[in-house]
Ligand binder design. Structure first.
Ligand SMILES: NC(=O)c1ccc[n+]([C@@H]2O[C@H](COP(=O)([O-])OP(=O)(O)OC[C@H]3O[C@@H](n4cnc5c(N)ncnc54)[C@H](OP(=O)(O)O)[C@@H]3O)[C@@H](O)[C@H]2O)c1
Length: 187
């Protein structure tokens, strides 16, 4: 069944990047193979991200001379006109996430929709009752301040913990099912 998933990594104090968008603290904490990223991305049929995340990816792939990393169609939420790299299947959109979600689902073709981030965009999907699960790789570092993991108060009912497993020496993978708005968990 196709799900909409927020798959990300966070510091212990709930930040997915520093305030100047650095992820340098994250990379020493675990390898992609350890986190199960390859198995995860194989199940993803559509990717969605906010403008800051997109610009970070663009900057770092260009600096490294690497190609755009996703073969899947990718939705970028932005109010601006942003450059697009060669070979990337990109759709720049704005407004309510619920309006774009049916097209993502259709493009995903039964595979999952990955909400890459940031936290507020993931929360917009949750607000719209569209976020099924969250997979958070919690790192054993604190940042003090930065870009928040999920800037909402979500207390009742709490997220349902499906699994927790150590990854390498520096990460714990926490897998949650999220209650739908109104308290009904996704099947
Ligand atoms: N730790 C990890 O695994 C991980 C994962 C993902 C991202 N990151 C990092 O975390 C940071 C996230 O940045 P962020 O918190 O600023 O979030 P973001 O979601 O990447 O970007 C926020 C921007 O997206 C646009 N946007 C969001 N919702 C929109 C909507 N409904 N309609 C139109 N535009 C919309 C707006 O851009 P404009 O109005 O300016 O166009 C907004 O300022 C980045 O540094 C990224 O690299 C880390």
């Amino acid at each position: 069944m196709s799900k909409t998933l927020y798959y990300t990594a966070s510091s212990l104090d709930g930040f997915i990047a520093t305030e100047d968008d650095s992820l340098d603290w994250l990379f020493p904490l675990g390898e992609g193979q350890d986190t199960g990223y390859d198995a995860f991305i194989a199940q993803v049929g559509a990717v969605v991200m906010g403008a800051t995340t997109y610009e970070w990816l663009l900057r770092h792939t260009q600096q490294a001379g690497s190609p755009w990393p996703y073969r899947q169609p990718c939705w970028v939420f932005t109010h601006r006109r942003l450059a697009a790299p060669d070979g990337a299947d990109l759709r720049f959109v704005q407004g309510p996430v619920a309006e774009a979600h049916p097209a993502m689902r259709a493009a995903a073709g039964g595979r999952h929709i990955w909400v890459v981030g940031g936290g507020d965009l993931a929360a917009q999907f949750h607000d719209a009752g569209l976020l099924d699960e969250a997979i958070v790789h919690l790192g054993s570092v604190t940042l003090g301040r930065g870009r928040p993991l999920f800037p909402r108060r979500a207390t009742t009912p709490p997220w349902q913990l499906l699994s927790a497993r150590p990854v390498g020496t520096g990460l714990v993978e926490l897998h949650y099912r999220l209650p739908r708005r109104g308290g009904v968990a996704a099947g």
